[in-house]
Write a protein that binds this ligand. Sequence first.
Ligand code: PMP
Length: 374
Amino acid sequence: SAAQDPTALVQALLREDLRGQSAYGAPQLDVPVRLNTNENSYDVPDDVVDAVTDAVARTARHLNRYPDREFVALRSALASYLTGQTGVTLTAEQVWAANGSNEVLQHLVQAFGGPGRTALGFTPAYSMHPIIARTMGTTWVDGLRGAPSGTFDLTPGSAAEQVRRHRPHVVFLCSPNNPTGTALGLDVVRAVLDAAPTSLVVVDEAYAEFARPGTPSAVTLLEDHPLLVVTRTMSKAFALAGARVGYLAGAAELLDALRLVRLPYHLSDPTQAVALAALEHHPSLLRTVEAIKEQRDRIVAELDTLGYPPVPSDANFVLFGGLADAPSTWRALLDAGVLVRDVGLPGYLRVTAGTPAETDAFLAAVSGLPDSHR
Ligand code: PMP
């Protein structure tokens, strides 16, 4: 009977605001060249494999106990890494971490968003920002990039005007921006901070390590802005997507609010051990960053020559346009063994920069496309 139909029962019980929503779903396909989720294509190097293996082995005996709920050693290792990266002195009290920066973002929305509250982002940006906001019951406002230039650039004036108009509780900025690739100038971040002095301003810097020289981090603005947070991840430059470790820097007082919403012991002992061992070996892990940036710049240059205009990139991926029908080009590249990302922008696809061999395969597949794709 209808009452026994599981789909109908679930739909009837599901929160009204979740009905008809679709889940995050980047395909995980078994193809030779996977360039669709901006992972680091390089395996973890031997010295780090050894250090991680030893560190995890040492946790095994004491897995009967809960992990350090405050992950103090990890927070202080992340603080020194960020201090070294940005030149801004940070302490463990100013750093928070969770299972991927997605969970960090979720903690922020749980504490500062929610029913009756509004979050604003500038589309196209990271697709999880609206998903996380909405699943926590937050009203999402799709802000615009590009006005008035018609590109994906976000100007300080346009960002500030949109913030003043919508008066959101939470503002998401993404720099370098996924999926467009370009970093924001700090003038944009400053304009948003000035326009929203009582809002939480999140700058998602998941791809910061890949930025072109001279791109300052929003970490440099933390001192004067207690409601600013900068999120980062070990999933990209650190080649540790499988470990699920993301983090943020912000005011100690703000981080205290995250303790209200996180689940107790959210970072397992093995997770903390992996991240700590990796941070101790960060020069070895980050050695691939320069090689990846070279491939990124090569992809930009070649796509330009091939007539598929690329968007300038500070990340480990490139958004390119000029496509007559992005979904059919996505399919044609997949048939050639290369998985890229259709981010839902008409005429555009996104490709991750990986190894030289992966770039070769991608560029060969693009060169092989019939002219009808343009
Ligand atoms: N922010 C941005 C901009 C991203 O592109 C991603 C991963 N695609 C994340 C955050 C989340 O990554 P993770 O949860 O692995 O840290």
